[in-house]
Design a protein. Structure first.
Length: 353
């Protein structure tokens, strides 16, 4: 994670007791010399994420959950720290894990400190065209797939992550969870769709047998990767929902978000970063992943349909909360959100038929 896109430095960052953090780092982290200059980072989502620069110019990043009451397993900084600590032993590019504080008395919540990684996250085609030349965009596609293949080739037991989650039933649990979300949200959303119920029934009945469990990121995309100007991934970030699961489901998720520069954009695509000229399309990405992992991709359409089903259920839940007034609609195109949800169902059905 880099300070690119950061705001101005702050003296009193919300959610942090600066003096207490300085003391904790001084006592528990080697290589950093407090006090720090603090600068808020964009792209940290709801977690409070700041760039730190110490007295010797060394750079780091600190990350803690948002303030307020949280669900028990939400914003699990310990989980993130454990994952990047384990993956630091592999070829998967992650920040260096400096230290984790599980004592909330220090600054009101658990937090961790990691290295700051150079690069930028790519959210839009405009960002791509500003940061990467045409050859670098092709290299980015190669690096993106090879990094995911490296992740899925690691035995979790070899890096201390064998207890990160259950080893079986990943897709079954996801289907159950997100179908339950749809059922719970349909009244508030004032929208139901028979195709969701049919997809749930048919996907549940046709579920492939899961192979060996691997670490799955859960939201692997260019928005969660740092990219060097040469097109190589410098780090994969935001591991808080990582678990053990089916690597093909993880690959299909990333593939669904990889826009094809040779086709018309779909309302279901939330990001157009890979539609910039120079990117290879999904067919090339599939070939690369198959060659890198040796995986049997004969049922890839199942996993892609499953992920579109899941995404539609997530969007449905978000849409319902907007209609209920539980989330601010300022700056949000709520009708477009509904359009995206329906377009995502269309894609699931098209792949599954």
């Amino acid at each position: 994670m880099t300070a690119e896109g950061a705001n101005e430095s702050v003296d009193d960052p919300p959610g942090y007791d600066v003096a207490a953090v300085n003391r904790w780092v001084d006592e528990n982290v080697e290589g950093l010399t407090p006090p720090f200059t603090w600068t808020q980072l964009e792209g940290g989502h709801s977690n409070l994420t700041y760039a730190l620069v110490d007295q010797n110019g060394e750079k780091a990043v600190i990350r803690r959950p948002p303030q307020g009451e949280l669900l028990p397993k939400a914003h699990d900084m310990g989980r993130e720290f454990k994952v990047i600590s384990g993956l630091g032993q592999t070829d998967v590019p992650v920040p260096v894990a400096y230290g984790y504080c599980e004592d909330p008395s220090v600054t009101g919540a658990h937090f961790y400190v990691m290295s700051q990684v150079d690069g930028k996250a790519m959210y839009t085609d405009e960002m791509v065209e500003e940061w990467l030349d045409i050859p670098a965009r092709k290299r980015l596609g190669e690096s993106f797939v090879s990094t995911l293949a490296a992740l899925h080739s690691v035995d979790p037991a070899d890096i201390g992550l064998d207890d990160l989650g259950r080893h079986d039933g990943y897709v079954a649990r996801q289907l159950r969870t997100w179908y339950g979300s749809w059922e719970f949200s349909k009244e508030a959303a004032e929208y139901d769709d028979d195709r969701i119920h049919q997809l749930h029934t048919e996907l549940s009945a046709a579920m492939p047998e899961q192979g060996p469990a691997r670490v799955v990121h859960g939201d692997y995309g260019l928005h969660n990767c740092m990219v060097g100007q040469d097109g190589a991934l410098t780090a994969v970030l935001d591991w808080e929902i990582a678990t053990l699961g089916d690597p093909l489901a993880d690959f299909a998720y990333s593939l669904n978000a990889w826009g094809d520069p040779d086709s018309e954009p779909s309302p279901a695509m939330h990001s157009g970063a890979t539609r910039a000229p120079g990117f290879d399309g999904p067919a090339v990405m599939i070939e690369r992943y198959e060659q890198a992992t040796g995986a049997d991709l004969s049922q890839l359409n199942y996993y892609r349909a499953f992920n579109y089903f899941k995404t539609a259920c997530i969007l449905h839940g978000v849409y319902s909360r907007y209609l209920e007034g539980k989330k601010s609609t300022e700056g949000i195109d709520v009708p477009l959100l509904k359009e995206r949800m329906i377009a995502t169902i269309d894609l699931a059905v098209d792949l599954w038929e």
